[in-house]
Design a protein around this ligand. Structure first.
Ligand code: FE2
Length: 530
């Protein structure tokens, strides 16, 4: 999750060189350890480096993995946060790592590998985490930059090799053109081998649309009825544009559906689709594009919260790109749309909403503050599962609360229900400890009734749940939930398998190490494409 639009030419190198801020390295420990005697036995282990790359043919299992479960669960997320005496200052900017959990005949194997991005190379070559990231921009070692400047830029004569060619794609995973790719919010996707997890290079788009110096959403949608992906990117410059596009399955060619001009682009991490529409919510968390000219702040630090603007829901016709309407609400912020669908004359959009933007909660200084002092009103998961109902005929939008259970990282039975009427959302949640971005449970919420089921275990911390349907699925929740759980006391993680219908535990597979808290993933069914 990184964006920098000024990394071209010698100006970039000079800008980085002269605008660098000396890092205050403290006592050499990563920031989340400072003042804490030990992170053993605590959830802080979920923010620690994972250095080992391993391949385990068969994990020890408690319980019974369903024999029908056949395929690989890929997970993405940051896994390296500090190197020697330098560090990124927040969870989201750690170096990306892919984890795979492959199921066959009731057994599961595991492997993990770092994404070998330009960022990874930078750290390897400089022994420093002094790169600019999504939020990191302050902890830039001048010595590291000098070293990199001479070694990589002057010697190779290619300033653009610094970061832009291969992003730290630590957010999500998708399946484009029969290839698994790791995604962040800066192009391009990174292809990795589904067996070895080795990085194979960037996946360039086969079209003439902008490939670089754009922001791109890391939550593309796949419409299995129309065999196409839908996503959007933002161009920044004198004219800024939200560009919504489709990619026909089996190709890497983007075709523009709609382009919407904006003077101050919003940061919107995800969006929704229905059978006929794209639904995009423009939050009042916006950037003056001129502020992105300076490359040392961290991309998101250039955005400003302007609640007086409210939110604008754009409903875009997928066939002709026409904006069917723009519907304004009071201000709120969100990372994740859950789902959307058309219901007679209305359009329903379910979103996890926050009263305001919550970015600072992922900074290590605030994670540590919450750890030491407990949850405060400044930093708590105050999310609400909200339902917006748009009536285009009446030009109205209404909002209701579906659930007050604090949730994040939502999933649904995507293949059956994305864009359609549905009943169940699965997500990570804060059941006991309301710590932002540290989840201690998994919930299943019936969005029609508000009823919630919970999996919780003392001293365990969960990630995003993934729904995998049975081969002969009979009902919406006929399948399993997979999620990676940190056992803080054991100091290791396990893969948890729940029956999605009853929410009872079926099995857990024990991993050889603790896995840092991840972000998103993808389940690839064996032999069936996606
Ligand atoms: Fe996300």
């Amino acid at each position: 999750m990184f964006m920098n639009i000024k990394h071209n030419g010698i100006f970039t190198a000079l800008g980085l060189f002269f605008c660098a801020q000396l890092v205050l390295l403290g006592n050499g420990q990563p920031p989340f350890i400072q003042g804490v005697s030990s992170i053993s036995g605590t959830y802080l282990k979920g923010f620690d480096n994972l250095s080992q790359e391993v391949s385990v043919p068969s994990l020890p299992v408690r319980g019974q993995i369903p024999s029908w479960l056949s395929g690989t669960f890929f997970r993405n997320g940051p896994a390296k946060f500090y190197e020697n005496d330098s560090f990124v200052d927040n969870w989201l900017d750690g170096l990306g790592m892919i984890h795979s959990y492959s199921f066959v005949n009731g057994t599961v194997s595991y492997a993990n590998k770092f994404i070998k991005s330009s960022f990874y190379d930078f750290v390897a070559q400089t022994s420093s985490m002094a790169y600019e990231g999504f939020m990191s921009g302050k902890h830039i070692s001048l010595a590291a930059k000098i070293k990199y400047f001479f070694k990589n830029i002057l010697m190779q004569g290619s300033p653009n090799s610094f970061k832009q060619n291969s992003p730290n794609a630590n957010v999500n995973i998708a399946y484009y053109d029969k290839q698994l790719v790791a995604l962040s919010e800066i192009p391009l996707p990174i292809i990795f081998d589904q067996t070895t997890l080795e990085t194979k290079g960037v996946m360039d788009y086969n079209d003439t649309l902008p490939h670089k110096q754009i922001w791109e959403c890391a939550h593309p949608h796949y419409d299995s009825k129309k065999n196409e992906y839908i996503n959007y990117f933002i161009t920044y410059g004198r004219h800024c544009t939200y560009c919504f596009y489709s990619i026909e399955e089996g190709t890497t060619t983007r075709k523009i559906i709609a382009s919407i001009d904006t003077q101050e682009p919003s940061y919107a991490h995800s969006f929704s689709i229905t059978n006929n529409y794209i639904v995009f919510c423009e939050f009042p968390f916006v950037v003056n594009p001129l502020d992105l000219l300076f490359p040392t702040r961290g991309f998101i630090n250039n955005f400003k919260w302007k609640p007086q603007r409210g939110c604008n829901f754009y409903v875009i016709d997928r066939k002709n790109g026409q904006v069917k309407g723009i519907y304004r609400t009071d201000s709120f912020f969100s990372f994740h749309h859950v789902n959307a669908y058309e219901d007679n004359d209305t359009i329903i959009i379910d979103i996890i909403t926050y009263p305001s933007v919550e970015m600072d909660a992922v900074k290590f200084e605030n994670i540590l503050k919450v750890f030491k002092e407990g949850v405060s009103t400044d930093y708590a998961n105050n999310s609400v599962l909200s339902r917006f109902t748009i009536n285009p005929l009446l030009s109205t939008i209404d909002v209701t609360c579906l659930s007050n259970v604090p949730v994040e990282l939502p999933q649904i039975n995507y293949k059956q229900c994305n864009g359609s009427n549905y009943s169940y959302m699965y997500s990570a949640s804060n059941y006991r400890k309301n710590i932002p971005f540290v989840f201690d449970s998994i919930v299943k919420i019936n969005v029609k009734t508000g009823k919630a089921a919970t999996w919780y275990e003392e001293n365990c911390y969960t990630g995003e749940p993934m729904f995998v349907a049975c081969p002969e699925q009979r009902y919406e929740d006929d399948g399993v939930i997979l999620t990676v759980v940190l056992d803080a006391i054991a100091g290791t993680s396990f893969l948890l398998i729940l029956d999605a219908h009853s929410f009872n535990e079926l099995a857990r597979a024990y991993l050889p190490h603790a896995i840092p808290f991840g972000i998103h993933g993808f389940f690839k069914i064996n032999e069936q494409g996606k």
